[in-house]
Ligand binder design. Structure first.
Ligand code: HEM
Length: 658
């Protein structure tokens, strides 16, 4: 066990660059240069192809540097590297890939030693022991999934697809990514619009009648990477869509609104066109929704929060329209979208993230700031691309916070019943039944989440996506372990060294952060400490002080969330033409998860800090008593109208009249 002074010096060190010496001891000079690139943010030059174009040549974008609103796919956020962060691009890696064959096969063995089956690891180390979090409500878990779905999604739900062959058009655009001739593979087709990156991904067999030569295809001899199909920025793409075409399907094109359907006096998400494939319908009239992200129907709590963000957009749009009746639909839509995204970024970084990584580390790593004015820490050299180690190991650790039963809760915060999670996955109809929406919203804020530890609810390790006539389903933790092997993530030991912990030579060397009992289990499962998976070792570490994860995952989360804000030119705390006025920023900073839930449901009482349980210091109060954004700061004055703002309006009127 570490004594407290070593612990402090370790955490003082946590924000420094990764250890140079330890890096040298693990990697050859060759892989070292690859690795250095991640941290030195070398901008690509004409002789160094941008890795996001996968070697095809010129990025397919021309950007208007003066755009005041984000694109839907994230293109042109970074003006020097316009395709950074767009959908269908590879995750980045902090450490070089570690595949079974060095190139693309899942890691199944190390040095000839077989790795234990993912399911065996799950059964031995991640049992169902119902320990609830002492502080946090289910809101914290559910909000975490929202952040996940905004940031990443591995292409291929049941099988990871690697690209090994890339095919370029004569103009140098990426046409196809092929895993191998006999496999199904995702193909990426840029459309004809050079200003946008609308891309289609579909899976098809390799057509052997056309040779690689005809298609200008090249075999890729470097280790495979995986693609993520959504844009990498924190921009509510799960609400507005990941490309312009999807966003058009979701809009009403009236008063700046998103499309909704009205039933029982409430607004609901539009119905999915392929409902019978997307949802488990008991009746063909059952709810099954369409949103910016197709995972929306996965669980009722997820669909609930997605609905709340759409209602929030429409609430903002209604106020903005009333304040500025001369604004056309497009202006209202974009301003409401901008405020919605900004409030969401604020809640994510200032209210949610400190609970996960600890406020001290969040401040120390400059994920958040203790200031009242603008921050302006945008750095165009920072690549916001989601890290494979974040999405496939560290962030998935929070699957342990899932609770297997959803409570329906009254305004007095008494439970009126509970539903089994595996009964309602892909079945959001419950939201529209007997005040289900309000009862589940109160449940999110009253029910405790499962503690962030090694224990996982059997609803997700034995029964996930169980069919109606099936006793068992799949095991999410086993999936997570296997997925990380498919993605060839570096090992737990490599990450210990990267972050400055000593390389474990014997299993007992893990005792600095992992309990004796777990080290004993690791020694039974794995042949060598060198083999322990990142997704396993990282998840067994004792939490760092004030955080919900141990040091290895903490560093990965901090690295990711630092890139996500500093690499976003449209970050809400930035000043300038893409930002907010001083007066508006003060209003955005009043946003909270509790007020968001209050404003968009029939719930009347809520505790001020909605991620934390009810107690004396966090009592239920009337919704109106919670701070709320004063949108009058968005009312255009006469001088605005006759100044540059009016020019914008005329431009919008002109565009929308075409
Ligand atoms: C009821 C709640 C949830 C369910 C049923 C669920 C289920 C799933 C499933 C089925 C996958 C895909 C697994 C694979 O094919 O590899 C996944 C991926 C993931 N989940 Fe969850 N999840 C839930 C909540 C959460 C929460 C609370 C977090 C917290 C951060 C989270 C983080 C992630 C991440 C980071 C991924 C990988 C995303 C990517 O593909 O890049 N999930 N989840």
């Amino acid at each position: 066990q570490r004594d407290s002074s070593t612990l402090d010096s370790f955490f003082d060190d946590i924000f420094s660059e990764p250890h140079q010496n330890s890096r040298k001891s693990i990697f050859s000079e060759n892989s070292l240069s690859n690795y250095n690139d991640v941290f030195t943010f070398q901008p690509p030059t004409s002789t160094t192809p941008d890795p996001r174009t996968l070697g095809c040549g010129t990025p397919p974008h021309s950007c208007g540097p003066n755009a005041i609103y984000r694109s839907y796919d994230g293109a042109c956020n970074n003006l020097r590297n316009p395709i950074w962060g767009i959908p269908n691009t590879p995750y980045r890696r902090l450490l070089p890939a570690n595949y079974g064959d060095g190139i693309s096969l899942p890691t199944t063995a190390k040095g000839g030693r077989a790795l234990p089956l993912a399911r065996s690891v799950s059964l031995a180390l991640y049992p169902d022991v119902p320990i609830f979090d002492p502080i946090y409500t289910l809101n914290l878990m559910q909000y975490s999934q929202i952040v996940t779905h905004d940031m990443s999604r591995t292409i291929g739900s049941s099988q990871t697809r690697h690209y090994k062959t890339r095919c370029c058009s004569p103009e140098g655009q990426l046409l196809e990514l092929a895993e191998s001739p006999d496999h199904c593979f995702p193909i990426v087709l840029p459309d004809n619009d050079p200003a946008h990156s609308k891309t289609k991904t579909k899976c098809m067999s390799f057509d052997r009648s056309i040779t690689n030569k005809d298609r200008n295809c090249v075999e890729d001899s470097t280790p495979a990477d995986q693609l993520t199909s959504v844009n990498h920025y924190l921009d509510l793409s799960l609400v507005y869509g990941n490309d312009a075409k999807t966003s058009r399907l979701l809009r009403q094109f009236q008063n700046g609104r998103l499309r909704t359907e009205h039933r029982s006096g409430q607004q609901w998400l539009p119905r999915a066109t392929n409902a019978s494939q997307t949802c488990r319908l008991l009746d063909e009239k059952d709810a099954c929704y369409m949103a910016g992200d197709s995972r929306v129907n996965q669980s009722p709590h997820l669909a609930l929060l997605q609905t709340i963000y759409v209602r929030e957009h429409n609430r903002l749009a209604a106020s903005l329209s009333a304040l500025n009746p001369h604004w056309p639909d497009e202006r209202v839509f974009q301003e409401a979208r901008k405020i919605n995204m900004a409030a969401y970024q604020h809640v994510t970084y200032y209210e949610w993230l400190p609970h996960l990584v600890g406020r001290r580390y969040a401040l120390g790593a400059k994920l958040i700031y203790d200031v009242d004015d603008h921050v302006d820490d945008y750095d165009e050299k920072v690549d916001p691309t989601v890290l494979n180690e974040h999405a496939t190991a560290a962030f998935r650790h929070f699957h342990s916070m899932i609770v297997g039963h959803l409570h329906l809760v009254s305004e007095h915060r008494t439970s009126q019943g509970r539903i089994r999670l595996s009964d309602v996955l892909r079945r959001p109809q419950i939201l529209e039944e007997k005040h289900g929406f309000e009862a589940l919203t109160r449940g999110l804020s009253a029910q405790l989440q499962s503690a962030s530890d090694q224990y996982h609810d059997s609803e997700i390790t034995q029964y996930l996506f169980r069919g109606d006539n099936e006793t068992f389903g799949i095991d999410l933790k086993a999936f997570d372990i296997q997925r990380a092997r498919d993605h060839g993530l570096a090992t737990y030991n490599d990450f210990r060294v990267l972050w400055g912990l000593p390389r474990a030579r014997r299993f007992e060397d893990f005792l600095d952060w992992i309990s004796e009992e777990n080290v004993r289990k690791l020694a039974t499962l794995y042949a060598d400490p060198e083999d322990v998976d990142l997704s396993v070792g990282g998840s067994l570490e004792r939490p760092a002080p004030g955080a919900l994860v141990g040091p290895t995952f903490l560093r990965i989360l901090i690295e990711q969330f630092s890139r996500t804000r500093r690499g976003d030119r449209y970050w809400y705390e930035n000043a300038g033409k893409t930002g907010f006025s001083d007066r508006q920023l003060i209003e955005i900073r009043k946003a909270s998860v509790s007020r968001l839930l209050c404003d968009n449901t029939g719930v009347e009482y809520m505790q001020p800090r909605g991620f934390e349980k009810l107690f004396e210091g966090n009592p239920l109060v009337k919704c109106e008593q919670l701070p709320s954004m004063d949108l009058s700061k968005w009312k255009e004055t006469k001088s605005d109208q006759y100044g540059s703002e009016n020019f914008m309006n005329r431009a919008f009127n002109f565009i929308t009249s075409l």
